[in-house]
Design a protein around this ligand. Structure first.
Ligand code: DON
Length: 563
């Protein structure tokens, strides 16, 4: 049963959850706000100005693809620590008749980049900060491809709200101010970024207006000239900016970038079809393996927030992240093992058989994970097309390297490759995810669309490194299994396990009795700051009663918009 999304639902949900879940202390804000409901179409992003930009394109007659591009470009303007024109991502697009495709506009490795070159680089972490960190940006040509093949309005119209926002100036959110403070040491390495985000040597304050005129001009030119601009002036400027800080990316790398259309992964769950990210992401694999591992679980094991439920999820995630470390990468890498083999019903049945409801199984240990430079958005238009899009610069402010003349921040997606001793998100070293020219690094991003009876009814996805996969899974289960509306689904407390390190991270709202019960099963329970940032949509009703419910994760203070 899907969510209904009314304020009156909250008491019913609470009653259904019962005492055990109440002791899991769902945070009060999980139920204070019902998801916002819009009669025609809606956008859920993690920034209110960006959601408004997307909604304005829907109102102007754009479809979900146009609005998703407009929202993503506006996110790059308003929330540059999380994504932008110099990054890349994935989008799962499903039309109202349930025809789905996956657009991979993830960054690729520059032709001349090698592990030896990175090891010889300067600075504490050359794969994460500076010129060598920069992957070939995928967002610009990904969006021209999306616009040309599936958009309705001209690109020049689609970029307009982001251009206007850049020209009029963004209002620095408390989130962005905090990120600039956190990352001041890295930002100070780039003179342009220091000027904009560390004025007078101190991180920009919340509430301040920052005009981004050069970025506005860049996006306006992109709208007018499209691919020609990206393959020409933009490509040259990226190469020059990266080279000035030790990079090897060339204008040819940028000009030769190709987005790829892939078959999304699909799984069945409780009468729904879950359409999600294929390789090079491991995100969809984690989502679908978790759903498969819940087959046959008893009702108490499915009580959200309970120790039995979190134990089931954690045990599933251990197996999934072990698979990721061994088998997942760019499908062009011969060392990769196809997701269909990893999801094979017999294999999942063997895994279920090994599951012990009273004990955690051992895994290997590695570094802790982080989250920072990614954003997820969901759009549904009046016709019922859904775009679920995650875009990233990887780390906070990417490579902390800007193309100064264009105010474009470049990504550090090179850091997502396995460069010898595991990735900086603490993910284990993996030959399947080895660096090679032109290759895409493995990812956790999992833009997901939910179909019922062959029609899109929902959208989920998130930001937060490896936590994307586990957070997306939990929000999905909140929608499909626990009957929550999108607001409750994205708000409810979360847990995370990624195999290595062998820790079950839980958010502050997971109560001590639940933690104790998980410890008794053998989990190393670790209190965690907020785990990932998710957005979700869900459609209810038919005809005049149809409403698109939209929710932005309270963990990042975003807000949806619609019409
Ligand atoms: O593709 C990936 O999995 C990472 N580059 C995502 C990084 C991320 O989510 C950072 N956080 N918000």
């Amino acid at each position: 049963m899907g969510p209904k999304g009314t304020r009156g639902k909250s008491p019913r949900i609470l009653a259904a959850l019962g005492l055990a879940a109440l002791t899991a202390s769902l945070p009060a804000w999980a139920f204070f706000h019902p998801a916002q409901a819009f009669p025609r179409g809606a956008v859920a992003s993690d920034n209110a100005e960006a959601s408004a930009a997307g909604a304005s394109v829907l109102r102007a007659g754009g479809n979900a693809v146009d609005a998703a591009i407009a929202t993503a470009l506006a996110l790059g303007v308003a929330s540059p620590s999380s994504s932008g024109f110099g990054g890349g991502g994935f989008a799962t697009v499903c039309t109202r008749d349930g025809a789905c495709t996956f657009i991979d506009f993830r960054e690729t490795a520059p032709a001349a980049l090698t592990v030896a070159r990175i090891r010889a680089g300067s600075g504490p972490r050359p794969s994460g900060v500076g010129g060598l960190a920069v992957g070939v940006p995928g967002e610009p040509l990904g969006f021209t491809h999306l616009s040309r093949t599936r958009g309705r309005l001209p690109l020049s119209r689609v970029v307009a709200p982001a251009v206007a926002l850049a020209q009029r100036g963004i209002t620095v959110t408390p989130w962005l101010a905090a990120r600039a403070r956190d990352d001041a040491a890295n930002l100070s390495l780039d003179p342009f970024l220091s000027r904009v985000w560390l004025p007078g040597g101190r991180a920009v304050e919340a509430g301040v207006r920052v005009r981004r005129a050069a970025l506005g001009a860049t996006l306006a030119r992109y709208g007018r000239e499209g691919e020609g601009f990206v393959r020409g002036a933009f490509a040259r400027a990226v190469a020059a900016a990266a080279s000035a800080r030790g990079g090897v990316i060339t204008a040819e790398d940028v000009a030769g970038y190709r987005p790829v259309e892939r078959e999304p992964l699909r799984g069945a769950f409780r009468g729904y079809t879950v359409v999600t990210a294929p390789y090079p992401s491991a995100g969809g694999l984690v989502v679908l393996q978790t759903l498969a591992m819940l087959e046959g679980a008893s009702a108490p094991e499915l009580l959200p927030g309970s120790a039995a439920y979190l134990h089931r999820l954690a045990e599933s995630w251990r197996g999934s992240f072990d698979d990721r470390a061994r088998y997942v990468g760019d499908p062009a890498n011969p060392a990769v093992v196809p997701a269909s083999s990893l999801l094979a019903p017999e294999r999942m049945a063997r895994r279920r058989a090994r599951f012990d409801p009273s004990r955690a199984q051992p895994v290997t240990i590695d570094d802790p994970a982080r989250d920072r430079g990614t954003t997820h958005l969901c759009v549904m238009d009046a016709e019922g097309t859904v775009v679920s899009l995650t875009t990233t610069v990887n780390d906070l402010f990417g490579a902390r390297l800007a193309v100064p003349s264009m105010d474009v921040l470049l990504n550090d997606e090179v850091d997502d490759f396995s460069l010898g001793e595991g990735t900086s998100y603490g993910l284990a070293a993996s030959p399947a995810n080895a660096l090679a020219p032109g290759r895409r690094p493995a990812s956790s991003m999992a833009p997901t669309v939910i179909l019922r009876d062959g029609r899109p009814v929902g959208c989920v996805g998130g930001a937060g490194g490896p936590r994307i996969a586990t957070a997306t899974t939990q929000v999905l289960l909140n929608l499909l299994l626990h009957g929550m509306d999108p607001e409750a689904a994205v708000s409810a407390p979360r847990a995370h396990h990624q195999g290595a390190p062998d820790e079950l991270r839980v958010e502050a709202e997971v109560a001590e009795d639940v933690r104790a019960s998980l410890r008794a099963r053998g989990h190393a329970v670790v209190a965690s700051p907020p785990l990932a940032v998710t957005q979700a949509l869900w459609v209810v009703g038919e005809g005049a009663a149809r409403r698109v419910l939209a929710a932005s994760d309270p963990r990042k203070h975003g807000a949806p918009a619609g019409h």
